[in-house]
Ligand binder design. Structure first.
Ligand SMILES: [Zn+2]
Ligand SMILES: [Zn+2]
Length: 341
């Protein structure tokens, strides 16, 4: 089968022929019909994220159809449309026991990170990781759910949002668009921060009551004004550069929660007196639980969240998608179509 192979930091991705792995006991073989391009791919290529596994097929936003099942899996799953949960935890550690496989220290697989992912015509995963997709969501529209929406659902839960709170979504990309919609649905008042007019307009369309263009105005000052001087109750930091982190932290109000999702080579600096006297919290959010994926699918099926796809590309044109993402020109996701019929 065809697959896009990563061979280490600062080396180009390549389209190659690789063997297809038959499903073992408890597994399903998924024919991949849609695979989202995530910012994480840029971190792999730059070397900022280096898990030491290569060669590797990237791609962790994976949608497809079950083509075959291994021993012990109901034959009725063949033909089912599914979206893949990309973590396979050890199943026995404290974090797995409480459903937090995304922080399992002994992952058995992580598709597109530690194990061959969805930039390929087929992927083989445990049956429980192949989550059913309702007919109301197309394969292409479902692709951004796999990481973009699930990451937003997970971060929104960690932030413990309350109705009426001021929520800043700093960075309106795939995760940011999900967060704007979720926070709005939670009853929060949402401010989107970005640098591109088209993305800021979309954030408004998706439910942000105000937007701030960080390229032309000081985000923290503007957020203070919009919140009557109080500052934000929650800031979702989806960018993670020195500038955005400084602005995000300065925009945070009393009992504010700063939730890191994005990152860059830059480090975060804050004087503890700010955290102490305002009783603020700084936390990180990575990936999602299996339950978050079920919730993300349900929220999308019910129209609470709408995914945003900028363009679709055949697998062979993966580089165009990655380059467009790198240049910041995508409004929503680029979605590859590895084995669409
Ligand atoms: Zn991702
Ligand atoms: Zn575990």
């Amino acid at each position: 089968m065809k697959a896009i192979r990563y061979s280490g930091p600062r080396r180009p991705l390549q389209l190659q022929e690789v063997p297809r792995r038959d499903p073992g006991p408890g597994e399903v073989l998924v024919r991949v019909t849609a695979a989202g391009v995530c910012h994480t791919e840029l971190h792999f290529l730059s070397g900022l994220l280096d898990l030491g596994v290569a060669p590797l097929t990237l791609g962790h936003e994976i949608v497809g159809t079950v083509e075959a099942v291994g021993a012990g899996v109901a034959a009725g799953r063949v033909g089912e449309r599914v979206i893949v949960y990309y973590y396979v935890g050890c199943g026995v550690c404290r974090y797995c026991r409480e459903g937090n496989e995304q922080i399992c220290p002994n992952l058995r697989a992580e598709y597109g990170f530690l194990s061959d992912g969805g930039y390929a015509e087929y992927v083989t995963v445990p049956s429980r990781n192949a989550v059913p997709l309702p007919d109301s969501i197309s394969d292409v529209d479902a692709a951004p759910i796999g990481c973009g929406v699930t990451t937003a659902v997970h971060a929104a839960k960690l932030a413990e949002l309350s109705a009426g709170e001021w929520v800043v979504v700093y960075g309106v990309g795939a995760v940011g668009f999900g967060l704007v919609q979720l926070a709005r649905a939670w009853g929060a008042r949402v401010i989107g921060v970005g640098r591109t007019a088209a993305k800021l307009q979309l954030a408004r369309d998706l439910g942000a009551e105000a937007v701030v263009d960080a390229s032309s105005e000081g985000a923290a000052t503007r957020i203070r004004e919009l919140t009557g001087g109080a500052g934000a109750d929650v800031v979702f930091e989806c960018v993670g550069t020195a500038e955005s982190m400084t602005q995000a932290s300065a925009a945070l109000g009393r009992r504010g929660r700063l939730v890191f999702i994005g990152y860059s080579p830059d480090s975060f600096t804050v004087h503890p007196i700010q955290l102490v006297v305002f009783e603020q919290k700084v936390l990180g959010s990575v990936g999602a639980t299996l339950q978050d994926l079920y919730d993300a699918v349900d929220l999308t099926a019910r129209g609470v969240v709408r995914t945003v796809v900028d363009r679709t590309l055949p697998l062979e044109r993966f580089q165009d998608g990655i380059d467009a993402l790198d240049r910041g020109e995508l409004v929503g996701k680029a979605v590859l179509l590895p084995a669409a019929r």
